[in-house]
Design a protein around this ligand. Structure first.
Ligand code: PLP
Length: 393
């Protein structure tokens, strides 16, 4: 066999997002781009903040020795220092540049951590509905995926987690604000989660790490608030990126941040820096590190996403869909009006509307709408959503 059997398996389970992308491509060829309403991809459509271009041009014009050269695999010191300062202020904690590693986005950061900490067979818990790629990342590094289903409001189910965490559990990944649900975890649930992880770490005599995947932490609407998980559990590693808050996912820039009192922090940092190199990332893109250093307080216009959320949410509720109102991100995860979410996605497809079935995120009976689309397109699509729900009533 030419292929690795594991990768062959990955391909066979290829995510719904990719399949929908391919179907969308065909539909657009057939009906024309303007006549297909594609809500599948989480590819932010808002332009980056204006100062992004300014700093990019400035950095591109610099002409210093080794400006395009290799660097420490952890990244430029001044960028890491700026991030450490920013986090220290924001979280009222003491972050040091030594504990920051620049990465190729959150995806790069998550892979680096998992490579650094997992032994074959170590368990990593993810919460369904989950970001599809987590499974691949864990399997990439010989970990074992354990799924814990969130409750009906998409919050972690502490009782279920209590049962699923055992002496082989190395880490749990959480993502707030959440893809695919848009749910932002409040402090009560983070207190309970922190207590549980502390209890389990004591029970098994080793730390269970919380990997907090935070690429949407600043895409939070004014009627909600981001509660940083690290404030509720000491053994937390932060994975973050600028893909969403600066609308630059193609530029592949993010970071890992570890608190100074994380168990094993020095060894883990050293291992992550090595893994950044040996996984083939080497270091995060140089020019982006220099650019984002100046943009730590810049942000896309989140109010535009909020306006789209309000249009979609209010309209879908009025039509009879059941939806939990997103507090952030640019996703919502309505309940499918029929049990079979794949079937309902096909009904929407017949209306030339593309969404991703919840089955693709490990949660049947729902579908994901990604509203990285112009307001006009959203407004035009609404009658199609109405027509689809009428067909199954
Ligand atoms: N984590 C979550 C929850 C995401 O939704 C995404 C991207 O969509 C990523 C990680 C990867 O982000 P990045 O582009 O920074 O690698």
């Amino acid at each position: 066999m030419m292929l690795s059997s594991q990768v062959k398996g990955f391909l066979e389970n290829a995510s719904w997002i990719r399949r929908m992308f391919e179907i969308g491509h065909e539909l657009k060829k057939k009906y024309g781009y303007q006549n297909v309403f594609d809500f599948t991809l989480g590819n932010p459509d808002l332009p980056p903040p204006a100062d992004f271009k300014k700093h990019l041009i400035e950095e591109a014009s610099k002409d210093e020795p080794f400006i395009h050269g290799y660097m420490s695999n952890a990244g430029y010191e001044d960028t890491r220092e700026a991030i450490a300062k920013n986090l220290s202020n924001e979280l009222d904690m003491d972050f040091n540049k030594k504990n920051i590693i620049m990465t190729c986005g959150a995806a790069g950061g998550m892979n680096v951590i998992l490579r650094a900490i997992l032994n074959p067979g170590d368990k990593v818990v993810i919460l369904s509905p989950y970001f599809v790629e987590y499974k691949f990342y864990i399997l990439n590094h010989q970990g074992q995926v354990v799924i814990s289903e969130t409750d009906e409001t998409f919050l972690p189910n502490i009782e279920d987690l209590d049962k699923k965490i055992d002496d082989r559990t190395k880490a749990i990944i959480i993502n707030t604000p959440n893809n695919p649900t848009g749910r932002v975890y409040e402090d009560m649930i983070l207190i309970d989660l922190g207590d549980l992880l502390l209890k389990k770490s004591k029970e098994f005599g080793k730390p269970i790490y919380l990997l907090s995947d935070e690429p949407y932490k600043r895409i939070v609407y004014s009627d909600h608030k981001f509660y940083p998980p690290i404030k509720y559990y000491r053994n937390t590693m932060i994975v973050n990126s600028f893909s969403k808050d600066l609308s630059i996912p193609g530029e592949r820039i993010g970071y890992i941040a570890m608190p100074p009192d994380l168990d094993g922090v020095r060894e883990i940092i050293e291992a992550c820096v090595l893994c950044n190199r040996i996984l083939g990332f080497i270091n995060a893109p140089a020019i982006m590190q220099r650019v984002i250093k100046n943009l730590l307080n810049s942000l896309v216009d989140v109010n535009l996403y909020m306006k789209r959320r309000d249009i979609f949410y209010n309209s879908l509720i009025e039509m009879g869909y059941k939806v939990i109102k997103p507090g952030g991100t640019f996703y919502m995860f309505p309940e499918s009006p029929i049990k079979d979410d794949i079937e309902f996605s096909k009904i929407l497809m017949n209306e030339q509307v593309l969404v991703t079935p919840g089955s693709g995120f490990g949660r049947k009976g729902y579908f994901r709408i990604s509203y990285c689309q112009d307001e006009k397109i959203i407004l035009k699509s609404l009658e199609r959503f109405y027509s689809a729900i009428k067909k199954v009533e």
